[in-house]
Each structure stands twice: as structure tokens, then as C-alpha cells.
Design a protein around this ligand. Structure first.
Ligand code: UFG
Length: 317
């Protein structure tokens, strides 16, 4: 297929773009490089440096869009909500209208666990209430709502994938944010010597060891889900799937696994809770397993940390 991958110079987008090229698709990456890196665009993909509001011409001959381009920092979204509404919702609406004008009928969208907010139960099902607690989650939920409307009115075939905590790497394609807020890359920065210690945000949660529990999914398993979602896009339907591994790991467990994988002592300091962190976020991924036959192949946290560490320390191929 002829595919447009928005945000294909970012972490998840670059991994999926690489997998699509390997699968024989004709891939164009559209990215404004506001947070992405041009050298993350995989060889074999065409690169267009532009915003998602400027996608009209590049959509002319495309069969489908995989839409990753977005602002994705929860804390920043609380400080600058306008940026999140304008980029994530406004930008996506412009993209959807350009797709409609050019007759592009399918989209796979990067949604998020943040659409659910503080969960009432665990694991979270797709039918659970969506009550985002920050503008990031709210802007992504608004796009999900828009996708349902576009499916109804214009026959768009849409699939939203609600990611939980993405980790790991694919060869050299890895997470490298200028402002790093995520746990695993920050812990590994201690092992590389870039940081002296990791701060554990809160040890007084109602969890077995008092630290927050998250559901980590390997970026390669996430990429596989995108290839399945692309095939599953059906005109006039909007499908929504959670994507995690179904198992929760606490912050302390993540730090322990990073110590084992890197052989580094990784000193940890206890700090106060980070505002807005739910105690436990674990996905039920039963729906995508059942409907699309998805199965994680690297569900062990150690595999994710090994691959992230390998890419960071240049040991990957
Ligand atoms: N944490 C630390 N120290 C750090 C970084 C994180 O203790 O230096 C803790 C956090 O407080 C949290 C856990 O590690 O309890 C995981 O934090 P991340 O920042 O790695 O990930 P989040 O669970 O906050 O974020 C993820 C996605 C977001 C999404 C959110 C949904 O990365 O895109 O889940 O709530 F919005």
C-alpha cells in the first residue's frame, strides 16, 4: 500500500515506519521535526518535512494514513493546553479533511491510556468510562470522538490504538526525547552516567510496594498491532483497541530489572508523588487479541529493558 506516516521521525512512528517498509509498503513520512529526528526516518521511506496541517498534496496518491504526530507530554499539556488542543485536535481535523478531499479512506490513530483518566477498575476495558484528567488525554479522546463521526458521515475506516506504557527499541530506533519524563529512559540514563540517580515519585500508593504500577508494552509488539490495524480498517467503522501486555510492573520493579540488565547499581531516591499519576494503569488487551489475533512476543519487561539498553549503548544492529 501507499502509506502516509505522520510523526514517523518520532519514537513509535519510526519503528512502525521501519516495519512497514520491511513489509513492502511504499512509505512517506511527514514530520515537522518539532520533537522528532530526521535520522530516525527509516531508509526506504520518503521524508517530507511539514506539519499535519499541510498534508493535502502529499495525500494525493495515498491508500491510508498512520497518524502518530502529536504533542504527548502530560505535564506540558497542563501548562499549555492550547498547544495540545491546536496540534492534537485541530491538526488532526485538518488532516482528516485533507484525507477526505483526496479520497483517502483509512486511518490508524495513536490514542492513549490517558483517555481513561483515573480508572475505576483494573485491567481497563475499552468500554470503561473515559474521563481524562489532563489536556493531553482530553485532546486524544476528542480525536477518537471525531473519528467516530467521520466514520459515520464520510465512510472513513478508522482504528484507534490506546497505548499504555511503550518501552524497548527496534534495532537503532529508540526513545530519545529532548525532555525525557518517562521512567525507563530516565533509569537507563543513570546507568550511562548521564544522571546520578533516579527519583521514585511516591512510595505511598495503595500498591504492593507502594510505587505506581504500569503496563509496559514492547514497541515491536505495538508496531505489529499497527500492521494488523491497517488491515482491519473497515469503511464506515471506528474500532478502538487497548494495547498493553496485561501485566503491571511497579516503579521499584522497573528499577530492579534495569539494575539486572545493565549491571549498574542505579541509585534511587524517593521523592514526592508526581501530580496526576494514577496508582495503577493496566490494560485489558483481550479485544485486540480476540478480534485481530494480536499477541505480544516480547511481553517480559526484561526484553524491553534489554532492547532499550542495547540501542542506547550502541550494541544493537
Ligand atoms: N516515574 C518515576 N520517576 C521518573 C519517571 C517516572 O518514579 O523519573 C514514575 C511515574 O511517576 C509513574 C511511572 O514511573 O508512576 C511511569 O511514568 P512514565 O512517565 O514513564 O509514564 P506514565 O505512566 O506517566 O505515562 C504513560 C504514557 C503517557 C500516557 C500515560 C497515561 O507515557 O503518554 O501513561 O496516564 F499519557
Amino acid at each position: 500500500m501507499r502509506l502516509l506516516v505522520t510523526g514517523g521521525a518520532g519514537y513509535v512512528g519510526s519503528v512502525v515506519a521501519a516495519r512497514l517498509v520491511e513489509a513492502g509498503h511504499e512509505v512517506t513520512v511527514l514530520d515537522d521535526l518539532s520533537t522528532g529526528h530526521e535520522d530516525a526516518v527509516p531508509p526506504g521511506a520518503r521524508f517530507v518535512r511539514a506539519s499535519i496541517t499541510e498534508a493535502h498534496d502529499v495525500l494525493a496518491d495515498k491508500d491510508a494514513v498512520l497518524h502518530f504526530a502529536a504533542r504527548s507530554l502530560v505535564g506540558e499539556s497542563v501548562e499549555k493546553p492550547g498547544l495540545y488542543w491546536a496540534n492534537n485536535l485541530g491538526g488532526t481535523l485538518a488532516l482528516l479533511d485533507a484525507m477526505r478531499a483526496q479520497g483517502v479512506g483509512s486511518i490508524v490513530f495513536s490514542s492513549t491510556a490517558a483517555t481513561y483518566g483515573e480508572p475505576e477498575r483494573s485491567p481497563i476495558l475499552e468500554t470503561d468510562p473515559t474521563r481524562p484528567t489532563n489536556p493531553y488525554g482530553a485532546s486524544k479522546l476528542a480525536v477518537d470522538t471525531a473519528l467516530s463521526a467521520y466514520a459515520d458521515i464520510s465512510g472513513l475506516g478508522a482504528v484507534s490504538l490506546r497505548y499504555f506504557n511503550v518501552a524497548g527499541a527496534y534495532g537503532r530506533f529508540r526513545e530519545r526525547h529532548t525532555i525525557e519524563t518517562h521512567l525507563i529512559p530516565n533509569v537507563l540514563k543513570v546507568a550511562t552516567g548521564e544522571r546520578e540517580s533516579v527519583k521514585v515519585f511516591g512510595t505511598d500508593y495503595a500498591t504492593p510496594d507502594g510505587t505506581c504500577v504500569r503496563d509496559y508494552i514492547h514497541v515491536q509488539d505495538l508496531a505489529t498491532a499497527h500492521l494488523l490495524a491497517l488491515e482491519a480498517a473497515t469503511p464506515g467503522e471506528h474500532k478502538i483497541y487497548n494495547l498493553g501486555s496485561g501485566t503491571g510492573f511497579s516503579v521499584q520493579e522497573v528499577v530492579s530489572v534495569c539494575r539486572e540488565v545493565t549491571g549498574h547499581a542505579i541509585p534511587a531516591e524517593v521523592g514526592p508523588r508526581r501530580a496526576g499519576d494514577p496508582a495503577v494503569l493496566v490494560a485489558s488487551s483481550e479485544k485486540i487479541r480476540r478480534e485481530l489475533g494480536w499477541k505480544p512476543e516480547k511481553a517480559e519487561l526484561s526484553r524491553m529493558v534489554e532492547d532499550a539498553w542495547g540501542a542506547l549503548s550502541g550494541k544493537s544492529g
